[in-house]
Design a protein around this ligand. Structure first.
Ligand SMILES: [Zn+2]
Ligand SMILES: [Zn+2]
Length: 263
């Protein structure tokens, strides 16, 4: 019994996190090929067929690429809101009716081992969500792919045990980087992504002494670097004297050592 959490993929090219609560196993997003997700699960010692359900944040390909394949291969349920199911249909492919679990945005949902609170993200997709899992072992919050973090969102993720939070880009690297003007504007906009500095500032408002682990996720391949994101957030959190409570880690590729266990 207990809780285990580990990012399996994280970045602009694909996102997928593993969550286990007692004897139940879940994925949050499945934005890599089914094969690669299977491999990382096996490396973690998890049989892919033991996954109960995949929560989907939104329909962008870096979040749902492998979801349909895994659902069909292992008879796994997919769970998201109606707008995301509709917008993601062509990538997801045919999903069995009984494997479609619809939840609402900005709602509280009761699952057997936790309550799930969903929050609307500000992103250029149909109706994306962030997730907060309220478990017996504490609160696990996942928030990426949003151009704005509102006070309401901060309240929801406040005091989490584990935070998986976006640090997408370094603003200077993005501005001086190779992306064309309109893409730069999109990333910087209210429906884009969270920069390193915003990530650090928001984290400094929501991290408490309860926090055991902070994962920085969804780093851009082009407009960020692991040490840049880490240093930026680390410096902000240490300035506020908050880093002593938790460990900070940048998630990019899967590592067994990234697993957090709570008993
Ligand atoms: Zn997205
Ligand atoms: Zn994304």
């Amino acid at each position: 019994m207990g809780l285990r959490f580990c990012p399996l993929f994280s970045g602009s090219d694909g996102n997928c996190c593993f969550l286990e609560v007692d004897n139940r196993r879940y994925l949050i997003d499945a934005g890599f090929s089914g094969k690669k997700i299977e491999k990382n699960l096996k490396d973690l010692g998890v049989d892919p067929s033991s996954i109960d359900l995949i929560f989907l944040t939104h329909e962008h390909i870096d979040h749902i690429r492998g979801a349909g394949v895994l659902s069909r291969r292992y008879d796994i349920k997919l769970c998201t809101n109606v707008a995301t199911f509709k917008a993601g249909m062509s990538i997801l492919g045919k999903i069995k009716d009984e494997n479609i679990v619809v939840i609402g945005t900005n709602k509280k949902h009761k699952f057997s081992l936790f309550d799930l609170h969903t929050m609307k993200i500000s992103h250029d997709c149909a109706e994306g969500m962030g997730f907060v899992f309220h478990t017996d072992y504490g609160k696990i919050s996942l928030l990426t792919d949003t151009g704005v973090v509102t006070n309401e969102m901060k309240e929801k993720i406040f005091d989490s045990k584990i935070l998986y939070f976006e640090a997408n880009h370094d603003v200077n690297m993005l501005i001086n980087g190779p992306y064309d003007y309109s893409l730069k504007q999109r990333i910087l906009s209210d429906v884009g992504h969270i920069s390193n500095v915003t990530s650090g500032n928001v984290l400094s408002e929501v991290v408490t002494d309860k926090c055991k682990k902070i994962y920085l996720g969804h780093l851009s391949e082009t407009n960020n670097a692991e040490n840049v994101a880490y240093d930026e957030v680390f410096n902000i959190l240490s300035r506020e004297n908050l880093i002593k409570y938790s460990s900070l880690e940048v998630s990019r590729r899967f590592e067994n050592s990234s697993l957090t266990e709570i008993k």
